[in-house]
Unconditional design. Structure first.
Length: 115
């Protein structure tokens, strides 16, 4: 039986390496609070980036990008607000929400994926 948490951790680690190669500085991974989780928090080009990672098998019908619906976006946004409050990060700090989809062996990064 496949452990989803182990699979997720494997692909999140892969994505972290990909992000580092693309000049991101990883700050935090798997930030959790009572309302949800953010997979990766990083800095990129002056932005604090809250990153959702989605994995789909190679022959999956839809990309992982489609799994970040409005409900998931709202959760990520609210968790980001809690993170910023907890770590006393100014509301003036430029932030954005990125999504990384791992579809088989293909990695797709969407910067500023949602408002």
């Amino acid at each position: 039986m496949i452990n989803k948490r182990e699979v997720g951790a494997y692909y999140e680690k892969m994505v972290c390496e990909y992000l580092k190669k693309n000049k991101y500085k990883i700050i935090n991974r798997n930030f959790r609070c009572k309302i949800g989780e953010i997979d990766i928090i990083a800095e990129d080009a002056g932005y604090l980036s809250f990153i959702e990672v989605k994995y789909r098998e190679k022959d999956s019908i839809a990309s992982g990008l489609y799994a970040v619906d409005k409900k998931k976006q709202k959760t990520i946004y609210n968790v980001a607000k809690i993170y910023m409050s907890l770590y006393k990060i100014s509301e003036d700090r430029p932030c954005r929400f990125d999504v990384v989809s791992v579809d088989g062996d293909n990695i797709t990064l969407i910067k500023n994926a949602f408002p």
